[in-house]
Design a protein around this ligand. Sequence first.
Ligand SMILES: NC(=O)c1ccc[n+]([C@@H]2O[C@H](COP(=O)([O-])OP(=O)(O)OC[C@H]3O[C@@H](n4cnc5c(N)ncnc54)[C@H](OP(=O)(O)O)[C@@H]3O)[C@@H](O)[C@H]2O)c1
Length: 358
Amino acid sequence: MRSVSITKIDGVPGQVYYPLRTITSAMPTLDSTSVLLKINAAALNHRDQFIRQHLYPGISFGVPLGSDAVARVVGLGTGVADSQLLNKRVLIYPARGWVSAAQAPESEFSILGGTKLYPTGTFADYVKIESANLISPCPPHLDDIAAAALPLAGLTAYRALFTLGEVKPGMTVLITGSGGGVAMFAVQFAKAIGARVYVTSGSDEKLAFARSKLQSDGGVLYTSKSWGADLAVMFKANNISGIDLVVDGAGGDSMNQVLRLMNLGSRYVSYGMTIKPELSFSMGAVLKHLVLLGSTMGSKREFDEMLELVSKYKIQPVVAKTVVGLDNLEDAFTALMDSHRLGKVVVIVNERLAKSSI
Ligand SMILES: NC(=O)c1ccc[n+]([C@@H]2O[C@H](COP(=O)([O-])OP(=O)(O)OC[C@H]3O[C@@H](n4cnc5c(N)ncnc54)[C@H](OP(=O)(O)O)[C@@H]3O)[C@@H](O)[C@H]2O)c1
């Protein structure tokens, strides 16, 4: 079987860009609790890029990259009780060590793909997953390309919005960087349950997309130095009294920009810091009784709740680019870093499916 990892070259974190390396190896052998999956399609996340730049903890030269995939079950360990799983189309929970606790992982949490901490990944023909408890049935309304895009970004959006953000119908939610993989799901999920959603984004085209395709209620360009003031003008025009919840993947001065628009005791959930790895929290935020919450992915229980939500509202992940074959993975990375990209980047791994999927 083939898988794709990275090759070590000289360079410092942030400046180095590790080349991709295809590895041919024997098929994994099953132990009693594990399941063998044949990957149909896999998707890229920002962390795959960070791994190639050595900006991620525990990176490995040899472990396949990739956290997201839709796959078919082709083998079951002797101790897996549910024989019905064989041949099922499934999504892989993109981590391990977190079953159901609401506050934080119960045990050592690690994310699938590219690191020593969970040494397997989805940019591969096959993947062995250590327990059948780490896979879930794929929502039937999704084709392979859409399904592959869902796991990591969908899970992150779900926990930030529902478990920590406690979003409810009618709330006013601000989602930053709506063109991002996680943010796009957050907009779709929040609109599905009836929240009012405003966004920031980097271009008029992306704001128009958020409005027409994701049904956002409005948005402003974060490229404007005073985008918080622009949002205040928009709120006034639309009679919006203030923000109940911010779901932020940008960091930097994002909180300061919107502070005066935030309602007393409102929540600010931070799941990422794309601008820089810090978020300024001022005395003004203290005086507003603001609740600041850090969020990382989510538990297997939240993963299943997210899949239920996606099935219930027939949510369709937005895919910007599909690449066919692991041999063309470099094209997928190029697409991932294209600032005009709108949606996820997916690789069809099982090329036999390509003709029927595209
Ligand atoms: N905590 C977790 O579990 C978790 C999980 C996934 C990702 N993350 C982190 O969350 C961030 C987003 O991840 P992703 O996979 O969604 O990445 P992505 O698809 O590459 O999206 C990044 C987005 O950042 C937005 N952005 C760039 N500059 C911005 C600014 N100045 N203000 C606001 N938004 C800005 C852009 O939005 P526009 O396209 O709208 O311009 C871009 O699409 C990354 O930092 C990632 O490491 C964390």
